[in-house]
Design a protein around this ligand. Sequence first.
Ligand code: ASP
Length: 440
Amino acid sequence: MRTVVAKFGGTSLADAGQFMKLRRIVEEDPGRRIIVVSAPGKRFEGDEKVTDLLLQCYGQAAAGESFEGALAKVDGRFRDILDGLGLDFPLSEEMAKLREHLAAQPSRDYVVSRGEYLNARILAAWLGFTFVDPEWCVCFDADGRLDAALSRRMMGAALRPLENAVIAGFYGAKAEGGICTLPRGGSDVTGSLAASAIGADLYENWTDVSGLLAADPRIVPEPKTVRYVSYRELRTLSYMGASVLHTDAVLPVSDLDIPINIRNTDRPRDGGTTIVRKLPNGETKYPIIGVAGRAGMSVIQVEKLMASDGSGFTAVMLDILKRRQLPFEQCLTGIDTVTLVIRSDLLDACKEELFDEIRRELSPDYLGLTEHLSMIAVIGEKGTETCDANVRVLQALMQAGMPINTINQGAGKLNLLIGVPEEKYEEAVRAIYATIDEAL
Ligand code: ASP
């Protein structure tokens, strides 16, 4: 029998009704043995996530203010779930422990982790699975950084002997004690570590959408869902702003070639999106899997006659950025020119000094800056291998009368990156999507 690690996000566990759906999903496939959970999320637009309420409790307690209002809301959320399920659970004792901790010298990470801790314990009781506390197997170093290799070993030892288990996402602990949390959305990472720790056949990530959309639905009306995406393509999609899966969740499973399947708890019949290195036999992959983008970019252009003569012009330019610890998004070099794409919010803080330094060290013939750009990524390992797709995309932009600032495609052929003025971004995305929609 295959082994599946199934991670359920906050909206999939927001109330008793969602717990019931989850149980049906788990019972439908006996392979779903290891369940990873987030804290209860939003039940409706404008609702509060339990993690945010706990952060509020901590903030108020640390400031010496009353945290009772926010704590009562946390208590209410779990009480509603327990009442809806008709489950007996020592919630009052757990709340008393949390109140006591908050009233003493509270630790932020401990307080914030209690949403996952309680949700996992309740779900374990409801499913009749063993509860596994990540405090004992998700390991952080003394500086509070996740130790993925050690966590894998410890999680493997904790989970492998169990027939089935529910493990809380989002937190772990240091060897010397003390709860540490992962970044927000980190339960995805716990799920991925669990899948790699037990060598699962599949990592399911259950959420509130039926997979990855080929474009942002706020820009493109009803974009299609993509069935298969490679790990590399997913990385680009996430980098460019698609927020379905935490970026750090890819590495632990991609290392072992464990597919990730993004599924919708409200529509369990939808196949969702599967993220793989290699497609299953007989499946064809879309050449271009989507278009995504990021606003708030600036472009610096530096030119100097004979800069390409091996004098290390580009190296000096990059060294200036390195010394300033200023990351860049793209670096395009041409004959006697270097073009750098940098996030405007990072550049704005040091623009004048940076330009002075470039003038001093490189004496350029021309130093230019273009601001308020958006970078669009047309993503597809297969599609961008030939120039077909590129021609279609650029033709569509030309027909839309789109001013193009930069075009970038490396030999890796994963994306075509196009810089356009910010105010033209949505129009450009729609024009590009129209060229790939049919093939999806
Ligand atoms: N509950 C945490 C958050 O809201 C972690 C997670 O859901 O993965 O960010």
